[in-house]
Design a protein around this ligand. Structure first.
Ligand code: PMP
Length: 434
């Protein structure tokens, strides 16, 4: 068969539990499986673009093969990473401050511009304070690890991002995962914990927009639960902050919760054209505490001057009429892609957002579709177990404001084309196997 069965079976999870006492040798088992997938074209990961996140671009896979396609695999939702004003700001910052921040924000790593950016992020979210982190990952990990002690509890949406889960497990073993977006299930867990441990701290963790399912929780309901049970709510807004809602404040704004959520954590890597993350709070004490007790802030280098300038220039645009226009363009693209995919018989997850997840289901079919995508000219990310549940593999198309109507149409048609090729090839593959 063209594609060995081994490439269509198994998952990354299998190689985390490999036996053997040699730490380095264990990697070989994974590498062998990866190579079967790589050679058969069913490993669409670790690729690089020739141009950065352009809406049509060349992509090189890790066998060195270059293909070109419409690009729905980059998270540059408002297309700000190629905006001339943003690039100019980054260049100017290098002229003024040099290329490096050269220190932790707890020491002298911040520039005067970092301090201004912290103020502006806080103001945008109608919060009192904000503190910057080197990445969104570091912010999510760090706010949990910094505030939650081993005797405390974390009540977390079961689909929370890896950075939040890793932070949680680093902080405490007392973790209770509630059913995705299920307020009642969250409440039941809080009742049980409070009955047993009236004096422990509790953090409730969720996302403003879930990064695989494109859905959103009842933020007001969760904040009310936090109040009722003397808990603290933390919301990760990595995917909606800046790009969703009329003013760009995402679901917290849409749900009229600006300034009312205990802790808001975000990333600059989706909409703000840069690495970086933040935590916003209504307490100066919390900000100061995080600076010195959140290890991924305290013991890591501050964002570089060019990154700060990039995010600040992106924020200028996000808060302007141009930003509102970019969000409208983005939403037009999103709605158009979702409706064209649906006309072709595909199911998309959740509510309209820049994340358009197209259901494939079966992993083998999804991997065969991924194999066909470069040939039909579409760059898209495959998501499979354990990033999502078994049997719910999908392509996560990420829409950008500067995708043209032609590129949107091409994406929908090419998913369909690749899917048909994959179905046909799976049949021939199975026949060859018999
Ligand atoms: N939270 C969520 C929900 C994410 O999807 C991501 C990145 N994919 C992060 C946090 C981490 O953000 P960053 O890329 O800035 O490290």
């Amino acid at each position: 068969p063209a594609v060995p069965q081994a490439a269509l079976e198994g998952s990354m999870r299998d190689f985390r539990v490999m036996e053997g006492i040699d730490l380095l040798e264990r990697c070989e088992h994974f590498f062998a499986w990866q190579d079967v997938r790589r050679q058969s074209g069913t490993w669409p990961f670790s690729r690089s673009t020739e141009t950065g996140p352009a809406s049509t671009c060349g992509v090189r896979d890790d066998t060195g093969t270059l293909t070109e396609g419409v690009n729905f695999a980059s998270q540059d939702y408002l297309s700000l990473s190629s905006h001339p004003a943003v690039a100019a700001a980054a260049k100017q910052a290098i002229d003024v401050f040099g290329v490096h921040s050269a220190g932790s924000p707890a020491l002298v790593g911040n520039t005067s511009t970092s301090v201004v950016l912290e103020r502006r992020i806080a103001d945008f979210l109608k919060m009192e304070e904000a503190i910057l982190f080197p990445t969104g990952w570091a912010a999510g990990f760090g706010v949990i690890k910094g505030l939650v002690r081993s005797e405390d509890f974390i009540v977390m949406d079961a689909l929370s991002h890896a950075s939040l889960q890793t932070g949680a497990y680093a902080a405490t073993r007392n973790i209770s995962l509630f059913r995705h977006n299920d307020l009642e299930n969250c409440r039941d867990r809080l009742v049980r914990i409070r009955n047993r441990s009236p004096k422990c701290g509790i953090m409730i963790v969720t996302e403003g927009l879930f990064s695989m399912d494109s859905d959103t929780p009842d933020i007001e309901g969760l904040q009310a639960l936090a109040k009722e049970f003397d808990a603290t709510l933390m919301v990760d807004v990595a995917h909606d902050f800046g790009c969703l809602g009329e003013d760009g404040t995402g679901h917290i704004g849409i749900q009229d919760m600006l300034g009312k959520v205990d802790l808001v954590m975000g990333s600059f890597s989706k909409t703000f054209g840069s690495n970086g993350g933040f935590v916003a709070t209504n307490s100066r004490a919390v900000k100061e505490y995080l600076r010195f007790y959140s290890p991924s802030c305290t013991f890591s280098n501050a964002l570089s001057p060019a990154q700060i300038a990039t995010v600040t220039a992106a924020l200028d645009i996000i808060q302007s009429d141009e930003g509102a226009e970019l969000r409208r363009k983005l939403m037009t693209n999103i709605l158009s892609l979702r409706s064209q995919l649906s006309d072709l018989g595909f199911e998309t997850y959740g509510e309209p957002s820049a994340i358009v997840s197209v259901k494939m289901g079966d992993e083998a079919l999804a991997r065969m579709t991924a194999r066909a995508l470069p040939h039909v000219g579409l760059v898209a990310n495959l998501v499979e177990f354990p990033a999502v549940a078994k049997g719910s593999a999908r392509f996560r198309l990420q829409v950008m404001a500067n995708h043209t109507p032609e590129e949107i149409q091409a994406a929908a048609r090419r998913v369909h084309q690749a899917y048909l090729i994959a179905r046909r090839e799976l049949e021939t593959n199975e026949a060859a196997d018999e």
